[in-house]
Write a new protein. Structure first.
Ligand code: FPP
Length: 254
């Protein structure tokens, strides 16, 4: 579990999370099928991964398919799963070359066997990657993640492996899908909406939020640089006051 909070005064983004929104509207505005927007969205994913490597960002988490997205028309769900399958297979060697570790969060039991197998294969192959952890949120919902964590804890409580006195927010972090990730420093949402939509609810308690009207297929390295520049102007206090954040105590704040 990573509990340390990043209060670096240089405003370094260690963990970037992105809600990639606007694919459907991007396509509609061009008289194209929604899936064309998702296809172009994959190019943006590739561009952002490359830029994260250049910028030294260590963790990138992408909201690729929410637990609610299962309710979309079956054609769109199938097309998204196909894109994902291709991405994971095609990018495997590039991930290995660039020291990228692939990780997945969400209720993967709902994914089809071919998708699960491809993910598992690439995750195993890239597990030693040390430059960037690329986390795909698939069949993911923040509330669902918390409930699944609570269920695991409840089982251990019933079996006497956990005591009520041991319960704490730090302990709960260790049961979440993101147990080995730091909390996000910056969450970007493209596409103009200003909400979190059930992404990393627990983890984004002190995350800086950045909303842009740019639709995901148009998001690129320049747009990412703008977001990072904006982040550098922020004053993160984690519920404390400035003076405290200059002291050693800052490492302990929540
Ligand atoms: C939201 O746009 C986007 C999604 C639900 C899927 C995101 C998927 C990709 C970018 C491609 C596949 C991902 C990877 C990692 C290979 P929307 O469809 O809700 O757009 P809208 O709000 O304009 O309708």
């Amino acid at each position: 579990m990573v509990t340390e909070i990043n209060t670096d005064k240089n405003r370094v983004v260690r963990h970037l999370a992105i809600i990639m929104d606007g694919n459907g509207r991007w396509a509609k505005n061009r008289g194209l099928e929604r899936i064309a927007g998702h296809q172009r969205g994959v190019d943006s994913v590739t561009a952002v991964v490359e830029e994260c490597l250049k910028q030294g960002i260590r963790y990138l988490s992408l909201y690729a398919f929410s637990s609610e997205n299962w309710g979309r028309p079956q054609d769109e769900v199938n097309a998204l799963m196909e894109l994902l399958l291709h991405f994971v297979r095609l990018q495997r060697d590039k991930m290995l070359e660039n020291g990228i570790r692939l990780k997945v969060i969400g209720d993967v039991s709902k994914l089809s066997c071919p998708v699960r197998d491809a993910l598992e294969e690439t995750m195993a192959a890239t597990s030693a990657g040390e430059c960037l952890t690329l986390t795909l949120a698939l069949s993911y919902g923040g509330r669902d993640e918390i409930v699944r964590a609570l269920k695991k804890m409840a089982v251990e409580l019933c079996q006497g492996e956990l005591s009520i006195d041991a319960l704490s927010s730090e302990l709960l972090c260790g049961y979440l899908d993101t147990a080995d990730l730091p909390d996000p420093d910056l969450l970007i949402r493209t596409g103009g909406e200003k909400r979190i939509s059930n992404f990393l609810l627990w983890q984004s308690a002190y995350t800086e939020l950045y909303f842009t009207d740019v639709q995901w297929p148009d998001f690129n390295a320049d747009e990412l640089s703008k977001a990072l520049q904006d982040f550098r102007q922020r004053n993160r206090r984690f519920g404390l006051i400035d003076e405290q954040l200059t002291s050693e105590q800052k490492e302990k704040c929540h």
